[in-house]
Design a protein around this ligand. Structure first.
Ligand code: HEC
Length: 155
C-alpha cells in the first residue's frame, strides 16, 4: 500500500515539470475588438480568458494537470473565436461564429461549466445575456447577415 502512495506522490511531482506556454500574444489595438464599454466588460469577464490574448492567469496555472486543461481551453478557445484578432477574421467565418455565439449563450454552453465552478463572476445573468445577444445581432447585421439564417462555413 505504502508503495502506491509513494508512486502517486512521485508522479504528481514529476508531471509538474511539463509546463504549457502561458505567454499571452501581444495585443494589436488596430485589430482587437472595440465595442461599447458595457459589452466589453461583459466579454472581458466571461469570455476573454479563453477567447482573447488578454487571458488572466490564476495561481493554479502552475499546477499540473489543471494547467494542461487550462492551456487546452485557451489554445482551442482562441482558435474558435479570438476577440483580439477581431478585424482579421474572415467575414464569412465571423458571421458563423457570431451565430454560434448566440446559440452558445442561449443554451448555456459558454462560458464552459468547469470554468464557472471557479469563476462565479463569469456566470451570465439575464441582463448580460441580453447585452451580448444584442451586440452579436448588431454585428451580424453590420456584416450583411440575416438573423437566424447564417450560412454555415467550415473552419
Ligand atoms: C474556459 C474557457 C472558455 C470560456 C471562458 C469561454 N469559452 Fe467559448 N470556447 C472555449 C473552447 C475550448 C472552445 C472550442 C470548442 C469547445 O471545446 O467547445 C470554445 C468555442 C466557442 C465558440 C465556437 C463554438 C462552435 O462550435 O462553433 C463560440 C462561439 C464561443 N466559444 C463563444 C464563447 C463566448 C461568447 C464566451 C463568453 C460568454 C465563451 N465562449 C467563454 C473555451 C471557452
Amino acid at each position: 500500500m505504502k508503495i502506491v502512495v509513494y508512486f502517486v506522490i512521485v508522479v504528481a511531482i514529476a508531471i509538474q515539470f511539463i509546463r504549457p506556454d502561458f505567454n499571452n500574444p501581444a495585443v494589436d489595438e488596430k485589430v482587437t475588438l472595440n465595442a461599447d464599454p458595457h459589452v466589453m466588460s461583459t466579454l472581458k469577464t466571461s469570455c476573454y480568458d479563453c477567447h482573447s490574448s488578454e487571458t488572466k492567469y490564476p495561481w493554479y496555472q502552475n499546477v499540473a494537470p489543471v494547467s494542461w486543461i487550462m492551456s487546452d481551453h485557451i489554445v482551442r478557445g482562441r482558435k474558435a473565436l479570438d476577440f483580439s484578432n477581431w478585424a482579421n477574421i474572415d467575414p464569412k467565418v465571423k458571421l458563423e461564429r457570431l451565430e454560434r455565439a448566440k446559440q452558445m449563450i442561449t443554451n448555456e454552453m459558454m462560458p464552459k461549466h468547469e470554468y464557472l465552478w471557479i469563476h462565479k463572476n463569469a456566470v451570465l445573468n439575464k441582463d448580460d445575456k441580453q447585452t451580448l445577444e444584442q451586440f452579436f445581432d448588431e454585428q451580424i447585421k453590420e456584416l450583411g447577415g440575416t438573423l437566424n439564417n447564417v450560412e454555415k462555413v467550415k473552419i
